[in-house]
Ligand binder design. Structure first.
Ligand SMILES: Cc1cc2nc3c(=O)[nH]c(=O)nc-3n(C[C@H](O)[C@H](O)[C@H](O)COP(=O)(O)O)c2cc1C
Length: 226
C-alpha cells in the first residue's frame, strides 16, 4: 500500500501557476496531505494567466480544488508564520516552490524567511528535508543563476519549468504534466502523467536495445495517462 505523506507547497509569482495547481491536484488525488500557501504575487499571476479571480485580501485557495479533494488540503495564510509547515518539527516529506519567482528564490537563497512560503523553504533546508524549487524566468541574469547555485549547494533540487518536447506534446496540459511529472519523480510519488522513454526500435536493431519487447514507439505503451 502507498504510504500517505504530507507536503508543503508554496505558489509564488512566477509565470506557470498551472504547474502548481496540477501538482496539488495530483498529490491530493493520490491521497497525500498538502499544506498550501501562496504569495500575493502568485494570486495576481493566477488572475492574469488562468483567469482565476481569487480575492487578494481573503484568498480562498481551497475553492480552486474539487470538493472531494479538499479534505486533505490545508491552506495557510501567507503571514501565518505560526502555521504547521513553519516549524522544523512538522512531519513533512518535502517542500515544493512551484512556480518559484526570482524574488522568492533570491529571498530563500539569502535566508530572509519574510513570509510563510519563504519560511517553509528555509525550514526544509535547515532540517535537511527535500526542497524542490521550480523556477521560471527567461533570460536568466547572473544574479538569478548565482541564487540558483546557492540553493543547489544548500541541497535544494533546482527543477526549472523547462518542459521537454521529445514526447511530442499535443496540448498545453502535456507540457504542464511533463514538468509536474518530473517533480513527482523527485518526490518519489508514483504517477502516469507522462510516458517513460524506452530505447527506440531503430536503436535496438543497431544492437543497442535494452528492452525485450521491441516496438516502434520509444514510449512505454502500457502506461495510460489519467
Ligand atoms: C503575469 C506575470 C507574470 C510574471 N512572471 C514572472 C516569472 O516568470 N518569473 C519571475 O520571477 N517573476 C515573474 N513575475 C513577477 C513577480 O510576480 C514579481 O517579481 C513578484 O514580486 C514576485 O513576488 P513573490 O516572490 O513574493 O511571489 C510575473 C508577474 C506577473 C504579473
Amino acid at each position: 500500500m502507498t504510504e500517505m505523506r504530507a507536503f508543503a507547497i508554496g505558489f509564488c509569482g512566477g509565470s506557470g501557476i498551472a504547474y502548481g495547481l496540477r501538482l496539488v491536484t495530483v498529490l491530493l488525488q493520490a491521497g497525500h496531505t498538502v499544506h498550501l500557501a501562496a504569495t500575493g504575487a502568485a494570486l495576481r499571476v493566477m488572475r492574469h494567466e488562468a483567469g482565476l479571480d481569487v480575492d487578494q485580501l481573503r484568498p480562498d485557495l481551497a475553492a480552486l480544488f474539487e470538493d472531494s479533494l479538499r479534505q486533505r488540503l490545508i491552506v495557510h495564510d501567507l503571514a501565518a508564520v505560526e502555521a504547521t509547515p513553519s516549524s522544523g518539527s512538522a512531519k513533512l516529506s518535502a517542500t515544493i516552490l512551484i512556480p518559484c519567482s526570482m524574488g522568492t528564490l533570491a529571498r530563500v537563497a539569502h535566508g530572509f524567511s519574510s513570509n510563510l512560503v519563504e519560511r517553509m523553504a528555509d525550514v526544509a533546508i535547515k532540517e535537511g528535508r527535500p526542497l524542490v524549487v521550480v523556477p521560471r524566468e527567461t533570460p536568466l541574469s547572473v544574479i538569478h543563476l548565482e541564487n540558483m547555485l546557492k540553493l543547489a549547494r544548500a541541497g535544494a533540487i533546482m527543477l526549472p519549468a523547462m518542459p521537454g518536447y521529445y514526447h511530442r506534446p499535443q496540448t498545453v496540459q502535456d507540457l504542464v504534466d511533463f514538468v509536474v511529472g518530473k517533480v513527482l519523480d523527485r518526490l518519489g510519488v508514483e504517477h502516469t502523467l507522462q510516458p517513460r522513454w524506452r530505447t527506440p526500435a531503430g536503436d535496438r536493431l543497431a544492437g543497442n536495445g535494452d528492452h525485450p519487447a521491441a516496438s516502434a514507439s520509444p514510449w512505454d505503451e502500457e502506461e495510460e495517462r489519467p
